[in-house]
Design a protein around this ligand. Structure first.
Ligand SMILES: Nc1ncnc2c1ncn2[C@@H]1O[C@H](COP(=O)(O)OP(=O)(O)O)[C@@H](O)[C@H]1O
Ligand SMILES: [Mg+2]
Length: 217
């Protein structure tokens, strides 16, 4: 509460504080925050638990996993929905030799699905101008890593939001549409389980591009 001058927005902050205390609103907000932190902790330990279970590293071809994810996304087809991957143009730029490594297949599937679903949803919100939704999937192998780029031509993510989209429960979607957990889970899978990194940029000003780097093992 100490950030603003007392006269900020014409509100007497001492009296506002009194009001918030009288109505127990501060305590309420604290408990909301605690509940959020507890839920994030539960998700974290679920992800850790899944690592000790069936999720072992095995030789995977990332191109194959991406193709599998596209199939799953297509199965998600639903006439009631206003958006669908079936409407999108998919461009693949695969490195057919270098995209193999020791990864946890089910986790990469989940991670790519979360990112591609976001792209589909974002492009659907933004297609009033008749632009054909487009997703570019590219893979590139280096001796130690596989680098995957997933680019869409949707509305993009404002620069000041790019550092918080990976936080648990950050969502711009309506309740029931978004949980704000998709990118948090993606981040966790990449960084904690694959010694990798995930970053986001604008796609040269025409949308959103996620860049994922996985360490081959
Ligand atoms: N491809 C994208 N284009 C535009 N915004 C995106 C994209 N991917 C993610 N976002 C933003 O990041 C937020 C968090 O994504 P996510 O963690 O998957 O949660 P959710 O999809 O449940 O909202 C989204 O609500 C959206 O605002
Ligand atoms: Mg999502």
């Amino acid at each position: 509460m100490g950030y603003f001058a007392k006269s900020s927005a014409g509100i007497d902050l001492d009296r506002l504080q009194e009001y918030l205390n009288a109505r127990s609103i501060n305590a309420y907000l604290d408990s909301v925050r605690e509940a959020g932190e507890r839920a994030a902790g539960i998700v974290r330990s679920m992800l850790d638990f899944s690592r000790t279970g069936a999720s072992r590293r095995e030789m995977c071809d990332v191109n194959e996993i991406l193709d599998e994810v596209l199939k799953i996304a297509l199965l998600d087809y639903d006439m009631k929905k206003k958006y669908d991957i079936i409407d999108a143009r998919i461009i693949k730029k695969y490195d057919f030799l270098g995209a193999r490594g020791m990864f946890v297949r089910s986790e990469l599937t989940q991670m790519f699905l979360n990112i591609i679903k976001n792209a589909v949803q974002a492009m659907a919100e933004n297609n009033s101008d008749g632009k054909i939704p487009q997703i570019i999937l590219s893979t590139k192998g280096t001796p130690e890593t596989v680098i995957i780029e997933i680019a869409d031509n949707g509305p993009g993510i404002p620069e000041e939001k790019r550092s918080i989209i990976f936080e648990p429960f950050y969502t711009t979607k309506d309740p029931g549409v978004g949980t704000g957990l998709g990118l948090f889970i993606a981040y966790y899978i990449v960084t904690a389980h694959h010694n990798g990194s995930i970053t986001v940029t604008d796609n040269d000003g025409t949308g959103t591009k996620f860049i994922i780097e996985l360490k081959k093992e």
